[in-house]
Design a protein around this ligand. Structure first.
Ligand SMILES: Cc1cc2nc3c(=O)[nH]c(=O)nc-3n(C[C@H](O)[C@H](O)[C@H](O)COP(=O)(O)O)c2cc1C
Length: 471
């Protein structure tokens, strides 16, 4: 898919697009429509294209990734999934083709072309764009699908992240990068060097770039290389003067700068926790120039109490990248971040315990891993528990946890700044729940009772009879 418009056409061909031609208000109404669309089944939820936005000639598209089918299809032909899926066997059997793997990495390098800004028209301010307001008590309009691109003042590496941007006036926005995210780390480096940080923002590009910007990749691993890998063709970036290079297929480009010393109140904003976020100080983006394609589409996202498109993306990406975590911790069988746990607040793990205390080792390793370090509550189960089945999870929590022995609280730890429960922003506690069956070596002085089950062949026979009796 060469750009956003191409993706929208693709969705239409799959009957996953609803075009709305009657007039809609970017102030709440577009979001209210999107909220209704998100209530549909997670596989069928439709993308909405608003062609007639009150007061604007630019269409708005929402719920681009609300359908799990679409997101899975975007990644289906990718060698990256084959590679990730083979990580386990790579260690033991070396099944993966290393030639293919090295070619993939070489091919993934973004291709840099000359600036094509001449094809764009220059806008005077952000008020020329149909930027939406999501929830009634939001502090204003927010750009909700910006790919914020920064370069490390230290080593020049590029970071791309989606960080919402509150519109303060037509040339000033907030920059809501959380302290642990790539953009914030670059701003910190700029502060240490006594410099401002030039920022470019791409709004609306091909879907692989958009999904890559959300992926929790390690700092230093290029999101545009990742999108090249999953797209199976390199990302094309265009030079952008003193600002970081941007995808050459961007619908809208904003160039500006962040002065790391400057902070301004940001929010409230109806967030993916299901609550309004706190009003906290965040950096400010000063806009130097805005460019738009001749006929751009503006993508917007609505988040709220799960499920919305961020939940679909989060669920997909955590499953897609899980082999990396499993490869570093071979006793892990499955990891599940339930969207209802807001991804960062709850994590279930199943494992094959091999030595006393290994469940704790697994929990500690999760707390040390990238964005998983935000996790507030981790529960570890034996591998007979399907951690994606909430009934099994509750049963194991109720029957395998002795609170005094199996629950630990870790205090004064980094936390997700969006968590409304922490007393201080981005700083809080963790709960570790060991819901594995305890062994004698772990101080359990009784014989763990056997789990009830019928002989397998008897079950199969009775099921056959059952089907006959029912038919
Ligand atoms: C629609 C949407 C909005 C998001 N808004 C923010 C945000 O305002 N601040 C933030 O830190 N992360 C936000 N995220 C999550 C980041 O994009 C995600 O953590 C990403 O991995 C960050 O990239 P980085 O690791 O390169 O910083 C958002 C994700 C989505 C899908």
């Amino acid at each position: 898919m060469k750009d956003l418009r191409d993706y929208v056409k693709y969705l239409s061909s799959r009957h996953r697009l609803l075009e709305i031609n009657e007039e809609v208000d970017p102030d709440l109404e577009i979001s209210a429509f999107t909220d209704v669309a998100a209530r549909e089944s997670v596989y069928e939820s439709k993308t909405l294209l608003f062609n007639n936005v009150k007061g604007y000639s630019i269409p708005v598209v929402t719920n681009l990734f609300g359908s799990m089918s679409s997101v899975k299809e975007l990644f289906s032909n990718s060698y990256a999934s084959e590679l990730l899926g083979s990580l386990g066997s790579l260690k033991s059997k070396g099944k993966i083709s290393l030639v293919k793997g090295s070619k993939m990495f070489l091919d993934s390098k973004p291709k840099l072309v000359e600036s094509q800004l001449g094809r764009y028209r220059r806008l005077n301010g952000l008020d020329e764009l149909p930027i939406t307001r999501s929830w009634p008590k939001d502090g204003g309009k927010f750009i909700t699908w910006p790919l914020v691109i920064t370069e490390s003042p230290k080593d020049g590496s590029t970071n791309v992240g989606v960080y919402r941007m509150q519109v303060y006036d037509s040339l000033t926005t907030g920059m809501h990068w959380q302290a642990q995210k790539g953009g914030a780390i670059h701003a910190k480096e700029a502060e240490e060097a006594g410099k401002i940080l030039n920022v470019s923002v791409s709004i609306g590009t091909d879907p692989h770039n958009m999904v890559a910007a959300v992926a929790p990749l390690p700092v230093g691993f290029s999101e545009f290389a990742f999108s090249g890998i999953v797209r199976s063709s390199p990302t094309v970036l265009m030079k952008n003067g003193k600002y970081p290079s941007v995808p050459a297929n961007s619908e809208i480009i904003i160039n500006g700068y962040v002065d790391p010393k400057e902070k301004r109140k940001e929010g409230p904003y109806g967030d993916h926790t299901g609550y309004y976020s706190f009003v906290d100080p965040y950096p400010v983006l000063h806009v130097d120039a805005i460019y738009a394609k001749k006929d751009p589409i503006l993508p917007a996202s609505l988040v709220g109490q799960p499920w919305h498109e961020d939940a679909v993306l989060g669920q997909f990406l955590s499953d897609f990248l899980m082999p990396v975590i499993k490869a570093t911790n071979e006793s892990i069988v499955d990891i599940y971040l339930p969207p209802e746990g807001i991804f960062t607040n709850m994590c279930f793990v199943s494992m094959k315990k091999r030595f006393p205390g290994e469940a704790k080792k697994v929990m500690f390793s999760i707390l040390g891993l990238g964005q998983l370090s935000f996790t507030k509550i981790i529960a570890v189960f034996d591998d007979d528990i399907d951690i994606r089945d909430v009934r099994k999870v509750l049963w194991a929590l109720a029957t395998r946890v002795e609170p005094q022995r199996d629950v630990q609280i870790i205090t004064n730890a980094p936390a997700d700044s969006l968590d409304p429960t922490s007393s201080l922003p981005a700083f809080g506690s963790k709960m570790l729940i060991d819901a594995t069956k305890k062994t004698r070596e772990e101080g359990y002085n009784r014989e763990w009772p056997e789990t009830l089950s019928m002989p397998k062949d008897l079950v199969e026979e009775v099921e056959r009879k059952w089907r006959r009796l029912k038919s």
